[in-house]
Design a protein around this ligand. Structure first.
Ligand code: IMP
Length: 432
């Protein structure tokens, strides 16, 4: 059965670890959206790997990793990651392929991202400054440059025309310096020499792989509440991070997605601007940040931390059709006396049990909490559910009740083997 793994909160849920853990049971891992704004951290044997663009399955030799058309690719970021992996002993040649329909992030996109944020002032999104939004803007505006366009760099070809127009537009917007389209083109010619062996028709590759009985994992980046359509707009990323994004971002039919696994932390974090109803601004927020090492894997920015927001996760269950949750970082809650779970929002005189579609309204919502006792006994590194203390089990059980889906995987630490796989759950089939 093919499996889609995605973020069920505001990103940084620990998808990297879960994808890495499941990878030995799959033949192909395919990333379907986002770009190098993502930071998927995987710890293996005490070594830390942070993957941004390359699927988290790459650390398993023999597994094919695909970057779909829905991803925006900065060639420099891609090569930096390939080189870093090579330095750590992982050769990606013949195992990593990029869609010829994926759009490129070019130097002017990064500049326009920073400029756009500066112009928004107080209304800034808090982007990663990687050029993600402007690259998707060009894609939707039908002036983007795709990986496959680099095949033809002739003077009268479509690539040169697009680069000239885009750089002209950039020069009109960024008044203080002149960018030369010839320089951008020269860099792209150089990039193509290295990129070409990686380029393929990802949709066709997947179709053939699945027809041959291979198992595929579809890997999302960011999270449901950062989705361009269903997230807390405009404080979102510019792509579809939800399960539906796997279809458009890879060129597969919806029926090929066998099951959907949503990853959530045992609490909530967000990096960047926008509403976060359960945010803890005082000591407890600081405590979660320090014990959870909640600093952005891509940008190093401190993450905003808060209690588990079951309203937001229930919404993710609905939007993605989640079959199960992977609950990460349970061990970060060790030693906290009492744990709050947000089960509804108070908004003026209204009580909401569903996520409001209006972001301004969400910003006014106060969480309604129920409180469970915490635990003193460490959960770190526990691998069997029955070995968790009673209060930790009660906490997990309550999260399952309020979200309506089973916690099939519970992560109790950063290493691969710091994980509980519930044999009695839907997840057992994914590990066969
Ligand atoms: P962008 O994707 O760089 O345009 O940023 C848009 C919003 O998404 C900002 O709030 C970022 O902090 C957030 N964001 C983007 N990528 C990630 C991620 O991988 N994890 C968490 N937040 C992210």
């Amino acid at each position: 059965m093919n499996l889609c793994v995605l973020g069920a909160q505001w990103g940084d849920e620990g998808k990297g670890k879960i994808v890495d853990l499941l990878t030995p049971h799959f033949n192909v891992v395919a990333r379907y959206q986002g770009g190098h704004n993502a930071g998927h951290t995987v710890y293996v044997g005490g070594r830390k790997f942070v993957l941004h663009l390359i699927p988290s399955g790459i650390l398993h030799p023999g597994v094919i990793c695909l970057i779909g058309n829905g991803v925006v690719v900065d060639p420099r970021a891609l090569f930096a990651e390939v080189d870093e992996l090579a330095g750590m002993g992982f050769d990606v040649r013949g195992r990593l392929f990029v869609s010829d329909k994926a759009h490129l992030i070019l130097p002017y996109h990064r500049e326009l991202d920073i400029l756009s944020e500066a112009r928004r002032g107080d209304r800034k999104i808090g982007t990663t400054s990687r050029g993600i939004g402007p690259a998707y803007e060009d894609k939707i505006g039908r002036r983007g440059v795709r990986v496959g366009d680099l095949r033809d760099t002739s003077a009268d070809g479509p690539l040169v025309g697009a680069i000239r127009e885009n750089v002209d537009a950039r020069n009109r917007l960024v008044g203080n310096s002149e960018m030369k389209w010839q320089d951008v083109l020269a860099d792209l010619r150089t990039a193509w020499v290295r990129l070409e062996p990686f380029v393929t028709d990802v949709s066709l590759y997947l179709s053939r792989a699945m027809a041959a009985g291979q198992r595929v994992m579809f890997e999302g980046a960011q999270g449901t509440l950062l989705d361009i359509d269903h997230g807390t707009y405009p404080y979102v990323t510019s792509s579809n991070a939800i399960a539906g994004g796997a279809c458009t971002g890879l060129g597969i039919g919806p029926k090929t997605i066998g099951a959907v696994l949503g990853v959530t932390k045992a609490y909530t974090t967000r990096v960047g601007e926008g509403p976060l109803p359960t945010e803890l601004l005082g000591e407890m927020g600081e405590r979660l940040r320090e014990s959870g090492q909640e600093y952005g894997a891509s940008t190093g920015r401190p993450r905003r931390c808060g209690w588990y927001d079951a309203v937001a996760v229930r919404y993710a269950v609905r939007i993605n059709g989640l079959d199960a949750l992977a609950l990460t970082k349970l061990d970060v809650l060790d030693g906290i006396e009492a744990l709050d779970i947000c089960t509804g929002y108070r908004c003026g005189t209204d009580v909401l049990t569903e996520m409001p579609g209006d972001t301004a309204q969400l910003a006014l919502c106060e969480p309604i909490y129920e409180t469970l006792p915490g635990w003193r006994e460490p959960t770190r590194g526990i691998t069997r559910y029955m070995d968790l203390n009673a209060n930790a089990r009660a906490y997990v059980r309550r999260l399952e009740e309020v979200t309506g889906v089973p916690a099939a995987i519970v992560s109790t630490g950063s290493e691969r083997d710091h994980t509980i796989i519930r044999d009695d759950s839907v997840a057992a089939a994914w590990f066969r």
